[in-house]
Design a protein around this ligand. Sequence first.
Ligand code: COS
Length: 379
Amino acid sequence: MDFSLTEEQKLIQRAARDFAQNELLPGVIERDEKQLFPKEEVRKMGELGFLGMMVNPKYGGSGLDTLSYVLVMEELSKVDASSSVIVSVNNSLVCWGLETFGTESQKEKYLKKLATGEIIGTFCLSEPEAGSDATSQKTTATDKGDHYLLNGTKNWITNGSSADVHLVIAQTDKDKKYRGINALIVEKGSEGFEIGPKENKLGIRGSDTHSLIFNDVKVPKENRIGKDGFGFKFAMKTLAGGRIGIASQALGIATGAYELALKYAQERKAFGTEISNHQAIAFKLADMHTQIQAARHLVYKSAWDKDMGNNYDLSGAMAKLYASQVAMETTIEAVQIHGGNGFVKDYHVERLMRDAKITQIYEGTSEIQKIVISRSILN
Ligand code: COS
């Protein structure tokens, strides 16, 4: 058992840390306040290879392992979870899904641009009435011979207005239930495709979250991913890896808040000494550090499972469940340690606390992770 990072992984971690500190930190409060999409920052992350980290270099990717991707997610998320969710969706859901299950021509046409960050993508599964209950798709993809006719609405779509490529899950044959669901590649600008208003969110406010509306959108058959009826399995398999990305985002948020709290506690004085000398604060720091380390082991283990070719449904679900809980608890404590300053935007911890909440919700709520985990241990 070897817990050390390779030299290459350390270099990648350092590059992400520097980028987060130098490029993401300066504008992060303003982007959060005004809900500004980090367009320029995303372009730079594309140049650094962060948008197609695990994609084979022949399709424009960086060809790295999942652990390297996790390390980058962790560093970006310490500072700016809005930027890291863009990275996570593009890498884990869009690029991975296309590279693993797409045809050669789909990879040539879409993956190359997505992996370099020339364009970004979305993953459209959730609907007004199908979030956790993902088999209940109301969006339809009616088979018209050489194309599908897509109708319906998708909700809470990350990168909604900024993406050029959308992976849309829709029901083709209702009688076949989840075996009649397909995954289709839909291009921005297709006739009948409309972007709904931007959501005004509690956290990750720099990422653009929209509803996407499809009215008789013609999608060529060659844009279907996998065989007819593969769409639900495509979504499940893709989300299993996505959960490792969100787990690493949660880990980064927790670590970012902890590091700020640790520094603050060693500077701020009360009752004649730094507050870190008070056991009430020191014990909080001890708990935060321990929980974060435990979360880190779960997250890295799930990445390792994926890289080793092991099944990672269980380890990814456990990593997401636990890391997101740690993110929530740690950020609340970080605000508490900061006292009045914690309630003020300039100190960053209140934003991290707001950002943490979504990690318990998207790409499968904590309750869904418990379904996945309990089914796995009971079967
Ligand atoms: N990998 C591959 N296949 C999977 C899978 C996985 N991780 N999870 C489920 N499947 C397959 C099952 O094997 C089954 O196919 P077969 O009958 O051919 O074996 C099919 O998918 C249906 O699975 P199941 O019967 O378990 O479906 P349920 O309706 O009971 O739902 C959960 C299972 C709850 C786990 C699923 O609906 C889920 O993950 N929901 C949350 C979705 C989500 O994350 N939403 C957030 C939106 S994205 S931000």
